[in-house]
Write a protein that binds this ligand. Structure first.
Ligand code: SF4
Length: 506
C-alpha cells in the first residue's frame, strides 16, 4: 500500500502473491520500492488514507496533529504526544481476491500483504509497550479484523467499517477525550458534497471521481455502495494536488469512468468528455490513466470510446491506456443469475458477444484492459466453465491481461452467506481456465513489460531477468493445466496458508 510500484499500477497486484516465489529482498527492492518520504511524512500515499487525512483536517485537526506516515518511519514519528495510530488497508489478512487464489494455488507461503500487515502490528505492539497510543484500523478490508479476539491478538483497539469522512473525525475526538467508544464503529455513506479534497498526493496520482456503480452485481462490494459523482471542479482540485507533488499522470478512478456524471446506464457523453478534456488541458499533465470501465458501456457507445481515446492519446507521454474490467464468466446463465446489470441495456445472453466486441474496440483504440474472471460462483457447473473457456478462445489474440480469481464470500456483498471457492472444488475445466489465462498473460506480459522498465541499468537488467523467470515458469505450469491437470505433486503440498491463524469468526 505504500510503494510506488515503479510507476506501474498492475505491479501492485504482485503484493497479492505469496512469499517464496522470489527472495524477499529482491522482490521488495525490484518490484515494490517504498514511496518517497520527507521529514517522516509520506510524499505519496493510498487514496483512502489521504481522504481520511483531509477529513480530519476539515474537522479542525491541524497539520501538526495529523501525519500520513510510511510504516518504515513509524518508530521515528510516533512521539509522546501521539494519541492514535490509524491503519488503512485493502486486504490486511490477505484473504480477499486475488490474494486468496494466488496463495491457495502457489502454496509457497503467506501472502506479502499479510506479511507486511503483521509486521506492522508487531511494530505497533512494541510501541504500545512504552507509549499510550490507541490503534484504529479501517478501509476496504476492515471487516476482516472486526472480531474482538482478532483485534486483541493483533493489538488493534478499534475497527472502523464503511465510509469514514464523517465518523472517523468524531471517533478520533471521542477516543482522545477518553469517552466510551464502541470497539467496532460503522460509518455512514457520505453525501458527495461532504467528501473533502485531498491535501497530499496519492500513489499513481489516483483521483476518485465517483463512488458506487449502479449495475448491482451480487458478488461485488462497490456495487452495493450508493452511486455518487464528484463535481468536475472537485476532481480538478485533486488532480492539481497530485500535479504539485510531481505526479504528471492522473489516474481517474471510478467503477466505470465512461459513466461519469450520470445515474443512468446510458453514459452522459458530454460530461465524460468535459471531464477528460479539462484534466488533459491542465498544465503539466503528460499522460492519464483510467482505473475501470465496463464492457457494456464501451459496447453500447463506441463513439464515446473513440472520443475519450483521442483525448487521452493526444497527451505527450501516453503510450497506451490501461484499465481494469470484469469479464467474470462466459456463461450467460450465471450472468442472468448474479449480474444481469453488467450487460445492460443488452440482455444476459449477449454477454460473450459484448466482451468480444468491446475488447476489440478497446484494443483498436490503444487500450489494454486487465480483465478479471471468477471461478466457482455459487451453483457454477461444468457447462458454465466451458462457456468461459469458449470465450477465452475468442479473445486469445487480444492485448489484455486476464486475471483468474476464485469466488470469495465477502462481507458487504449480496452473496456474503455463500461459501468461498477453493482449490479442492476445482474440476479439470477450472484448471484449463487457469492454464489458458496464464499462457495468455505470459505472452502479453512480455509485450508490456518495457513500459515498466525504470531505474538504472542494473535494476532494468534485474527486472528483465526476473520477469523472464516468472513468465517462463508460468508458461511451463500452463501446459499441464490447459489439459485440465493441476501442477505435478500439487496435492501433496502439506501446508495451508489460506487462512491466517489470527483470524477469528466468519
Ligand atoms: S459492474 Fe463491476 S463494479 Fe459494478 S456492480 Fe458489477 S462487478 Fe461491481
Amino acid at each position: 500500500m505504500m510503494s510506488w510500484y515503479r510507476g506501474g499500477i498492475f505491479i501492485g497486484f504482485s503484493t497479492c502473491m505469496p512469499q517464496g516465489l522470489l527472495p524477499d529482498w529482491l522482490y521488495f527492492r525490484v518490484f515494490v520500492p517504498p514511496s518517497p518520504r520527507m521529514e517522516g511524512r509520506a510524499v505519496y500515499a493510498d487514496c483512502g488514507l489521504r481522504i481520511v487525512e483531509a477529513s480530519l483536517l476539515e474537522d479542525g485537526f491541524s497539520e501538526e496533529e495529523v501525519a500520513v506516515v510510511h510504516p518504515r518511519d513509524l518508530e521515528k514519528m510516533v512521539g509522546n504526544e501521539t494519541k492514535i495510530v490509524g491503519i488503512g488497508g485493502h486486504d490486511f489478512l490477505g484473504i480477499n481476491p486475488p490474494t486468496s487464489e494466488f496463495v491457495d494455488l502457489a502454496q509457497t507461503g503467506p501472502p506479502y500483504n499479510r506479511v507486511k500487515f503483521l509486521e506492522l502490528t508487531r511494530k505497533l505492539k512494541a510501541i504500545k509497550r512504552s507509549r499510550e497510543i490507541k490503534v484504529v484500523a479501517g478501509g476496504k478490508s476492515a471487516w476482516q479484523l472486526a472480531y474482538l479476539k482478532t483485534m486483541d491478538k493483533l493489538g488493534i483497539d478499534y475497527v472502523h467499517l464503511g465510509e469514514g469522512e464523517l465518523s472517523v473525525p468524531k471517533m478520533c475526538k471521542a477516543i482522545m477525550r477518553g469517552k466510551n467508544v464502541s470497539r467496532i464503529v460503522r460509518g455512514e455513506d457520505t453525501p458527495v458534497e461532504k467528501i473533502p479534497n485531498i491535501r497530499g498526493a496519492v500513489i499513481h496520482g489516483l483521483v476518485e471521481i465517483a463512488r458506487g456503480c449502479g449495475r448491482g452485481c451480487k458478488f461485488c462490494t462497490p456495487g452495493m455502495q450508493k452511486l455518487r459523482h464528484k463535481s468536475i471542479e472537485h476532481i480538478i482540485r485533486d488532480v492539481e494536488v497530485n500535479l504539485k507533488a510531481g505526479i504528471d499522470s492522473p489516474l481517474l478512478h471510478s467503477e466505470d469512468v465512461l459513466r461519469y456524471g450520470t445515474m443512468k446506464i446510458e453514459p452522459n457523453e458530454e460530461k465524460v468528455i468535459e471531464l477528460l478534456q479539462r484534466v488533459a488541458n491542465l498544465e503539466g499533465v503528460k499522460s492519464m490513466g483510467i482505473s475501470h470501465v465496463s464492457f457494456a458501456t464501451a459496447y453500447h457507445d463506441p463513439k464515446l470510446v473513440e472520443q475519450v481515446s483521442e483525448i487521452i492519446m493526444s497527451l505527450p507521454e501516453q503510450k497506451w491506456i490501461g484499465t481494469q474490467i470484469g469479464i467474470e464468466t462466459g456463461s450467460p446463465r450465471l450472468i442472468a443469475k448474479y449480474m444481469h446489470g453488467k450487460v445492460l441495456p443488452s440482455p444476459p445472453e449477449k454477454w460473450p458477444e459484448v466482451v468480444k466486441q468491446s475488447i476489440g474496440l478497446l484494443n483498436d483504440n490503444n487500450w489494454v484492459p486487465a480483465c478479471t474472471l471468477i471461478s466457482g460462483l455459487p451453483g457454477e457447473n461444468k457447462e458454465d466453465v466451458i462457456k468461459t473457456l469458449d470465450l477465452l478462445d475468442d479473445i486469445k489474440d487480444s492485448l489484455s491481461l486476464i486475471v483468474p480469481l476464485a469466488f470469495v464470500s465477502m462481507e458487504g456483498s449480496a452473496l456474503s452467506t455463500e461459501k468461498s471457492f477453493t482449490r479442492e472444488k476445482m474440476i479439470p475445466e477450472h484448471w484449463m481456465v487457469l492454464g489458458k489465462c496464464m499462457e495468455h498473460d505470459a505472452w502479453v506480459s512480455r509485450k508490456l513489460r518495457e513500459n515498466y522498465m525504470a531505474g538504472n541499468i542494473v535494476t532494468r537488467w534485474l527486472f528483465r531477468r526476473l520477469t523472464d523467470r516468472l513468465i517462463d515458469s508460468a508458461k511451463k505450469y500452463a501446459e499441464g493445466m490447459k489439459k485440465g491437470r493441476p501442477p505435478k505433486d500439487y496435492n501433496k503440498i502439506p501446508k495451508n496458508y489460506l487462512i491466517p491463524d489470527v483470524m477469528d469468526g466468519g
